[in-house]
Ligand binder design. Structure first.
Ligand SMILES: NC(=O)c1ccc[n+]([C@@H]2O[C@H](COP(=O)([O-])OP(=O)(O)OC[C@H]3O[C@@H](n4cnc5c(N)ncnc54)[C@H](OP(=O)(O)O)[C@@H]3O)[C@@H](O)[C@H]2O)c1
Length: 215
């Protein structure tokens, strides 16, 4: 698949590197040509360029910039993103005296902000729950169980593209409903990361029930 990545930092390198290693054609886009070139070289990406270049390249476009920067950026690129799968991995987390809080600018989620900024794009929420170090594992597997990657999407073709991107790096897609439910993925990240920062163990909160049948 042709993948454009908006951003040149940790998530761009981790996910872009994983997709490049599994044969996808990744183009890294940044506001700094030098950083885009450096990240593309580090991961062996097919190319690099401006943010608009990456948006134009991707059948799927990963938004890997700070959450506050994402809606205006996606809005500026809206024409080029029309009809494309736009994957939002951002977390709008703000440290407060009462722990990590979400700041989604009055919207229910960053993902909904992106959908409003680019109404003809097919926005998906995914890849926001795990730390960059997890996305750098080849593959992300724990105790022989592949990492499950929850995602929320409204458009069937965008959901299918996201499942391909999840499966191709050795993970298991976990569909969690439409984009209206992206708010839950963003809130889950705030809760889990806050727990982890305070010394807790998020995965101990969701043990697999050995003898409990599913509803
Ligand atoms: N790090 C994690 O463990 C993790 C896990 C899950 C989700 N996320 C989310 O993934 C996103 C990226 O995180 P990251 O760790 O990759 O961050 P990062 O390493 O700091 O990289 C951020 C990238 O965004 C670019 N950027 C910043 N402001 C911008 C703007 N106004 N317009 C265009 N580009 C801009 C930066 O470009 P410059 O170099 O030019 O400043 C850089 O390329 C964030 O929303 C974060 O919440 C992160």
């Amino acid at each position: 698949m042709k993948i454009g990545i908006l951003g040149t930092g940790g998530m761009a390198a981790a996910l872009g590197g994983a997709w490049t290693a599994t044969g996808h054609e990744v183009v890294i886009g940044g506001r700094s040509p030098e950083r885009a070139e450096r990240t593309a070289r580090e991961i062996g990406a097919a190319g690099h360029g401006s943010l608009a270049d990456a948006a134009a390249h991707g059948d799927a476009v990963l938004v890997a910039v700070p959450a506050a920067a994402a809606p205006p950026l996606v809005g500026r690129l809206a024409n080029g993103l029309a009809g494309r799968t736009v994957i939002d991995c951002t977390n709008a987390l703000v440290p407060t005296g009462d722990g990590l809080m979400l700041d989604t600018g009055g919207a229910t989620s960053v993902a909904r902000q992106l959908a409003a900024a680019a109404p003809d794009a097919r926005v998906v929420k995914a890849f926001n729950l795990c730390h960059v170090s997890i996305w750098s594992l080849r593959p992300p597997t724990f105790e022989d169980v592949p990492l499950a990657v929850p995602y929320c999407a409204d458009h069937p073709a965008a959901a299918a593209a996201t499942e391909t991107l999840i499966s191709s790096i050795g993970c298991t897609p976990a569909p969690c409903g439409g984009l209206a439910r992206a708010a839950y993925l963003e809130a889950t990240a705030a809760l889990a990361i806050g727990l982890w920062w305070s010394g807790g163990e998020p995965r101990a909160v969701f043990p697999t029930p050995g003898e409990v049948s599913r509803p």
